[in-house]
Design a protein around this ligand. Structure first.
Ligand code: AMP
Length: 218
């Protein structure tokens, strides 16, 4: 296995993308760059960006393209991403973001754009049981017999439901995904970059599918 990879993982929110991206980033020893995590960190820090983003995120909307492109451009210039690679999670979400990413990565093109495919009904089930550590972002699955208060095994932070995992916000996000993000699939299939990976099944099996896909594209 050669470490280092430059990957985009697309997929509906709740498709298990976050957890798989963390595993991929450990496997290939590259940073996991999640725009959602970056925005949530800005919310916690109470920055101007965070205050603006919270309102949009809680309503299940999308933060403006210019802001998101600026954030990712800066992050991809950092040494770790330049030298080793990255797993991009949650970006791009619109064709405008994908076009900007192509110019940002012109000198070091992506190895693969993976669409982690999980049907909407399964995603809705998964999101209702999704819990997340407010401090470090580790994801958990609620079973109905969970500790209260629920303390994160990784950092000791509070594990709770995400503010944007209300049924209204989830449905709006899934609708937005269909209208804004689905065109990305056409964008990346047009030049043969898109690879669809079945995201249904045991997480270990999904991970094995992802790594074999990556190996065949590097
Ligand atoms: P995620 O953790 O990827 O589900 O992202 C949480 C929320 O952050 C999304 O519902 C959007 O409101 C916002 N967000 C994250 N990434 C982007 C992006 N690339 N473009 C616009 N909004 C984003």
């Amino acid at each position: 296995m050669i470490p280092g990879a430059r990957l985009i993982i697309l997929g509906r929110q709740g498709a298990g993308k976050g957890t798989q991206c963390v595993r991929l980033s450990r496997h290939y020893v590259v940073p996991h760059i999640s725009t959602g995590d970056m925005l949530r960190a800005a919310v916690r820090e109470g920055t101007e960006l965070g205050m603006m983003a919270k309102e949009v995120m809680d309503a299940g909307g999308l933060v403006g393209d210019d802001i998101m492109i600026g954030i990712v451009d800066e992050r991809l210039r950092a040494d770790d991403a330049r030298n080793r690679g990255y797993i991009l999670d949650g970006f791009p979400r619109t064709v405008a973001q994908a076009e900007a990413l192509d110019s940002i990565t012109a000198e070091r093109p992506l190895h693969a754009v993976i669409d982690l495919d999980v049907p909407r009904e399964i995603v809705l089930e998964r999101i209702s049981s999704r819990r997340v550590c407010r401090d470090c972002g580790t994801n958990y699955t609620a079973t109905g017999q969970d500790p209260s208060p629920w303390i994160c095994d990784t950092c000791g932070g509070d594990v709770q439901q995400r503010d944007d995992d209300t049924p209204e916000a989830v449905n709006r996000r899934l609708d937005l995904y269909e209208s804004q993000t689905t065109p990305l699939k056409r964008y990346y299939s047009a030049d043969g970059r898109l690879v669809v990976v079945n995201g249904v099944g045991h997480p270990d099996h999904v991970f094995a599918r992802l790594t074999s896909t990556v190996e065949s594209h590097r």
